[in-house]
Design a protein around this ligand. Structure first.
Ligand code: CIR
Length: 252
């Protein structure tokens, strides 16, 4: 069974880090309702959801994706780029220990899971404000024994690599080509986001369906026209914290 690790929203959510968007008031109650719908959708898609308790003093801790990434062989605990987020990994170590052998990024490396795109044996790391070249070097050394090639990818105008592209299936990515150096992805099938929806490139394929925000109807129609079945969720309050659908779970 697919296990999805999530975490309840912190009461200090409105103090979240923001990099590329303006701060707007966040309705904490609505954010919690939307997050509950998100986890219910993961359950409906066949996941066993393990929901960690809220972290009172860690505003961004709902975005568990940034604390680790999971491979078939091992899981890597990251070292988040924002200092406010570094303590988030402690509880994730506990949560992942029953499932995976854990490897760790260490200083001076910093890396957010949102910058890590795994496509088969190729791992792409966004060169962002959060993930540095030391992380790429460490990951190359840690993961070469498992047969992975790790490459750094240039970004612009967005927080993470997975703001600019995500996997739809083994051969296909959903992509905003304006935000990422596309050179590494030429051999894949592309579904381009609708130009009017620049934040639309983040989707989460789960058990044959695509978990996808309701905020991007034009890009959703493109995915459906290609034959993908969507499970749509309203994550508008999470988007105000610069989050999307991949970032709220760790899929084991
Ligand atoms: C941050 O800036 O770290 C959070 N406010 C948003 C993190 C979103 N994470 C993700 O998309 N993987």
């Amino acid at each position: 069974m697919t296990v999805a690790i999530t975490r309840k929203i912190s009461p200090r959510f409105s103090e979240c880090e923001l990099t590329h968007i303006q701060r707007e008031p966040i309705d904490l109650e609505l954010a919690r309702q939307q997050h509950a719908s998100y986890t219910a959708t993961l359950s409906a898609l066949g996941c066993e959801v393990i929901e960690l308790p809220e972290e009172l003093s860690l505003p961004d801790s709902v975005f568990v994706e940034d604390t680790a990434f999971i491979l078939p062989e091992v899981a890597v605990i990251t070292r988040p780029g924002a200092d406010s987020r570094k303590p988030e990994t402690e509880s994730i170590v506990q949560a992942l220990t029953p499932y995976k052998t854990l490897l760790h990024l260490n200083a001076p490396a910093t890396g957010d899971g949102g910058d890590v795109l795994v496509l088969g044996k190729n791992i792409y790391i966004g060169k962002s404000t959060r993930s540095n070249s030391a992380a790429v070097t460490q990951l190359q050394n840690l993961l070469a024994p498992y047969g992975y090639a790790v490459a750094q990818v240039e970004l612009r105008d967005c927080l993470h690599l997975k703001s600019a592209l995500t996997k739809v299936d083994e051969e296909t990515v959903l992509i905003n080509p304006n935000w990422v150096d596309t050179t590494n992805f030429k051999n894949l099938r592309w579904i381009e986001i609708d130009a009017a929806e620049p934040h639309a490139a983040n989707c989460l394929p789960i058990n044959g369906k695509i978990l996808y925000p309701t905020a991007f109807p034009k890009t959703a129609a493109k995915l459906e026209a290609q034959g993908y079945a969507l499970a749509q969720v309203d994550v508008s309050e999470l988007a105000k914290a610069e989050g999307a659908v991949t970032c709220c779970s760790l899929i084991v």
